[in-house]
Write a protein that binds this ligand. Structure first.
Ligand code: PLP
Length: 424
């Protein structure tokens, strides 16, 4: 029953029970952590065959010795593989180092300081530069902008993706808005998949602000499905081609959560003009990326079917952790009005919205009994969740037993905070 429909004596009784449960947990001296959106050891082990896979054959398809310098934009076979994964032609792909976040930073810094179309186009020529971020979102996107002095403007992230009416109004009305962050499939943290209509409207933003606006299409979870029937993502590349806006979109991805989070391959895709400009800039920073790792990845993953088979192994490991969290939330909090959440069909997170004003308190209550949660506010720019509601849960890294113990403690903290608030 919804807690607001409970008679006062029932609220008092449930509050006393929640307090007793909480005290019992405190006495257990827990040490649990649901903060880390990273693969667990069993997932990493799925890719151990990368080690030694080249068997001392360091030649790429075209005869390139991958041990040597060069190949700034990446090996052709790596571009073909990851291009297919993102749904773009190989010639529109650039392979980087191990981190897509670094490629995102490099892109924004380049657009800001040097300009995608020469110095006159540099965003830094303006006093104010703004980026749109759908919220809740990924804290490292926010911190790239905060670090580079870019102001962040929020729009709500709906089940269909960003609220496009709000996005279009901002892009139309404010020329200082230069870009937008997107995690289009299994977004961090809600797990939503942008609808085809949303993808097309995002592809059309380059028509509204043709000269200066870019979409940062961070497809970090492009292939990270938990279930076979998870929704597909419409192709932004196809929509951009149709509407003549390829220059306005930069796509990103990596194998951080496919193979090794610390030793994967990151990639970027954009229009030929953007790639040319960016490559000329990167040439000052490196003589070439790690092609040995690129070749290892191509040999290990082979093709899109190989990636799909590999991701099914990941899903087999992490699906029970997600289901454990979701089943516990449903059993303990379903229908009570103490929280809202969606069941993601892929990605790495579950996003929990507490009753307004309680996220910080819940995170603190959990911390006090040894359960670490992502800091409240982390899913909003400047750490400021205006309603103090959102908490990101990350179930992949701990063991299943630890996930269960953590979520058991979490629901007790949610009940305690919610009933206290209700009791006044
Ligand atoms: C949405 C999103 N983008 C990017 C990253 C980091 O990617 P990479 O390891 O390729 O730098 C993460 C990691 O959690 C993420 O959630």
């Amino acid at each position: 029953m919804h807690i607001e429909q409970l008679p006062a004596d029932e609220v008092a009784a449930r509050l006393a029970q929640a307090q007793a449960d909480y005290d019992a947990l405190a006495a257990r001296g827990l040490s649990l952590d649901l903060t880390r959106g990273k693969p667990g050891a069993e997932q990493l082990a799925l890719s151990d065959a990368l080690d030694g896979i080249l068997g001392q054959n360091y030649r790429a398809h075209d005869g390139t010795d991958v041990r040597n310098y060069g190949g700034l934009s990446g090996l052709p076979e790596a571009k073909a593989l990851f291009g297919r994964m993102l749904g773009v032609p190989a010639q529109e792909v650039l392979i980087g180092g191990n981190s897509s976040l670094q490629l995102m930073y490099a892109t924004i810094e380049f657009a800001l300081s040097e300009g995608l179309r020469g110095p006159a186009s540099a965003w830094g020529n303006e006093d104010v530069v703004k980026f749109i971020c759908p919220v809740p979102g990924y804290d490292r996107h926010f911190s790239v902008c905060e670090h580079l002095g870019i102001e962040l403007v929020t729009v709500p992230l709906l089940e269909t993706g960003p609220d496009m009416d709000a996005v279009e109004a901002l892009v139309r009305q404010d020329p200082s808005v230069r870009g937008m962050w997107c995690v289009p499939r299994f977004s961090n943290p809600t797990g939503c998949v942008y609808s085809a209509a949303t993808v097309e409207r995002i592809a059309l933003l380059g028509r509204i602000a043709p000269e200066h606006f870019i979409v940062m299409w961070d497809n970090a979870y492009a292939v990270h499905t938990l279930y076979d029937d998870a929704p597909e993502l419409a192709s932004i590349h196809a929509f951009c081609e149709q509407h003549g806006t390829l220059d306005s979109v930069f796509q990103f991805g990596s194998t951080s959560k496919i193979t090794f989070a610390g030793a994967g391959v990151a990639f970027l895709a954009s229009s030929p003009a953007n790639l040319q400009a960016l490559e000329a800039h990167l040439a000052f920073q490196t003589i070439g990326p790690d092609k040995v790792n690129q070749l290892r990845h191509v040999k290990f993953l082979h093709d899109c079917a190989g990636i799909e088979r590999h991701m099914a192994e990941h899903a087999r490991i992490i699906r029970p952790r997600f289901e454990c969290v979701l089943q516990t939330l449903e059993r303990e909090l379903g229908g009570t009005g103490m929280g809202q959440w969606q069941a993601p069909t892929g990605g790495y997170f579950i996003s929990f919205d507490a009753r307004p004003g309680l996220a910080r308190e819940i995170v603190q209550l959990a911390a006090d009994i040894g359960v670490k949660l992502t800091p409240a506010g982390a899913t909003f720019p400047y750490g400021n969740d205006p309603e103090d509601r959102n908490i990101r849960l990350a179930p992949t890294f701990p063991s299943l037993e630890a996930v269960q113990a953590s979520v058991d403690a979490f629901v007790v903290c949610v009940k305690l905070a919610s009933l206290r608030q209700l009791a006044g």
